[in-house]
Design a protein around this ligand. Structure first.
Ligand code: NA7
Length: 550
């Protein structure tokens, strides 16, 4: 009898598992499913006390998808797709968490998942070709393959505000929200940050708190999410159209159902252009990026017209003209940062219990036991919400204590920014994969993260079939992909002020962290790898390995 990696029972001690997945987010759960389906022994370690990853930690009021629910969920099982009826086009966090728990149980994955296991060290042992992985509670396991599905938005960022620890009230980060309910009633609440998380939570806090003070450093171009229930007719369509939906989602450049528009803003006279802008304003989520005029993201004039249209909307909605002006961005065009989508956000600023502190006028000086001090004095609070974002892309991977060949740490290898091939592997770290990490495509994350998981799994199957048990990308392939990413940075519609360049974290190297070639580039390169029999990788049998099966 041999294990799935082909080991004889009397050979060197095999690793505890073939595949150790880290992270029970949407990517990690899928990787666990695929690895088990392919016949590998697999375990998943997750830092949280529940599954869901992003959708476990970001459980703040108002947290929801900005992608259509049925396009974000899994497509590997038609039965699953049919039996899970999403309530809303853009589901809220509790429904998403229920869905992911359902998937875990539906496919009998829970018994392979260890919760409360935050990885603190992962060290590669060259002679045996295995990873020794340690969790915060001291437990250790060994794995042939380590798949870090630790996500790109999983390390919350707290700015270095002096006196932050001195604050005497309650304090929460949106990305580390407690599992017990937070009560805002009767409290003086502050929210710091107006990115996608801040603008989701602000309207809900305003409904409950005695007062809400929003600390805004930079306003964003917020447009309506245009959410709504999935009607019975729409449910029926989804059921009927599974194959067609899957085909579009599996092949579209950004993983959405939205289709590109075929006209530029200059093709329409002003009245029609305005009507089209209105249509966009009322359209769902990311269609405002994908189905907009072809020139809106690329031509300064077209972008400025769309921005002016949004600014007019803000002025129409917000009663106080001075407040409206503060909510209108001046420093960036639409699409230069990841645009947030909102529900009743601007309307919130008409409420008598809501005020706005413009940090460009009065910067934060520090925190005291009572509250937040800005250039115009201290405002006292009972509760402060930090909606200040994440260490995007590399944050989690660089905090896991990963050490590869010859004692090289990942932190050292990536000291000037990540170097990857396909956003999946890095040289000198054999048998380590990180689907859903830096250098992946941009768009509807589960789609291209799923493509990466499929590739990782197919690669493990390929190795097993040929009696190999170690795989490592060739440095030349890594250099080629990383150079492509760096060149693509200049062509990206995202600007360097976007956290996609890491610039929100002081001291972080300014490097583009996405793949501007998108999914088409990923598909093309995966095809090339397969056609060329994995020549971009070095495959071997570890020194301790028994001979391959005859
Ligand atoms: P974001 O989009 O990074 O937003 C973080 C916000 O926090 C943003 O408004 C920042 O202002 C603000 N911020 C950061 N540091 C400070 C300091 N020191 N003082 C005041 N304000 C600060 O994170 P989100 O969690 O909202 O969204 C992340 C992603 O999650 C989102 O794109 C979706 O994909 C889901 P700034 O703009 O830097 O001036």
């Amino acid at each position: 009898m041999t294990s799935p990696t082909g080991r004889a029972p009397d050979g060197p001690r095999p690793p505890d598992v073939d595949v150790l997945v880290v992270g029970a987010g949407i990517t990690g759960i899928y990787q666990l499913y695929r690895a088990r389906e392919a016949g590998f022994s697999a375990q998943l370690w997750e830092a949280g006390e529940g599954v869901g990853g992003t959708w476990y930690w970001n459980r703040y009021p108002g947290a929801r998808f900005d992608s259509e629910s049925y396009t974000y969920g899994y497509l590997f099982s038609e039965e699953l797709f049919r039996e899970w009826r999403w309530c809303e086009h853009f589901a809220e966090q509790p429904e998403i968490e229920r869905y992911l728990n359902h998937v875990v149980d539906r496919f009998d994955l829970r018994r392979h998942i260890r919760l409360g296991a935050a990885v603190t060290a992962a060290v590669y042992d060259e002679p045996s070709g295995t990873w020794t992985v340690t969790a915060g509670d001291g437990r250790t396991t060994s794995a042939r393959f380590l798949v870090a599905a630790t996500g790109v938005l999983s390390v919350p960022y707290f700015p270095d505000v002096s006196g932050r620890q001195d604050f005497g009230g309650e304090s929460y980060h949106t990305g580390l929200w407690p599992t017990t309910p937070v009560d805002f009633r009767g409290k003086r609440v502050a929210v710091i940050g107006t990115g996608s998380s801040g603008v989701q939570i602000i309207p809900l806090i305003a409904d409950e708190a005695a007062s809400l003070t929003v600390y805004q450093r930079t306003p964003n171009w917020c447009t309506p999410l245009n959410n709504g229930p999935v009607t019975p007719e729409e449910q029926a369509h989804l059921q009927e159209d599974f194959e067609a939906i899957k085909e579009i989602l599996d092949t579209s450049p950004a993983g959405f159902l939205h289709q590109p528009y075929d006209r530029a803003s200059t093709d329409d006279p002003p009245a029609e252009r305005r009507a089209f802008f209105e249509k966009m304003w009322r359209s769902p989520g990311f269609s405002k990026l994908i189905s907009h005029y072809t020139d809106v993201l690329f031509d300064e004039g077209a972008n400025a017209q769309w921005c002016e249209f949004i600014a007019e909307k803000v002025r129409d909605i917000v009663a106080d003209p001075a407040m409206a002006e503060k909510l209108i961005p001046r420093d960036h065009r639409f699409g230069e940062k990841r645009p947030p989508f909102v529900t009743e956000y601007y309307e919130t600023f008409n409420k008598p219990n809501v005020s706005l502190v413009d940090l460009q006028e009065t910067p934060i000086l520090g925190m005291t036991a009572a509250g937040i001090e800005t250039a115009d004095g201290v405002r006292p609070f009972d509760l402060v919400v930090w909606a200040t974002g994440f260490d995007f892309g590399t944050g989690a991977l660089l905090r896991m204590g990963i050490v590869g060949r010859g004692g090289l740490s990942l932190a050292e290898h990536w000291s000037e920014g990540p170097k990857t091939f396909l956003g999946i592997q890095t040289a000198d770290f054999p048998n380590l994969f990180f689907p859903g990490g830096p250098h992946a495509a941009a768009g509807n994350n589960p789609r291209y993260n799923g493509d990466q998981v499929d590739f990782v799994t197919d690669t493990l199957v390929y190795l097993r079939a040929r009696g190999y048990d170690a795989i490592e990308v060739e440095p030349a392939a890594e250099q080629r992909w990383t150079a492509m990413i760096d060149r693509g940075a200049a062509k990206s519609t995202f600007g360097e002020i976007s956290y996609y360049f890491g610039t929100n974290i002081p001291g972080k190297p300014k490097k583009y962290l996405l793949n501007s070639g998108g999914r088409p580039k990923l598909f093309a390169m995966i095809d090339e790898v397969v056609t060329n029999h994995y020549e971009a990788f070095r495959m071997s049998r570890s020194a301790d390995s028994p001979p391959p099966p005859a």
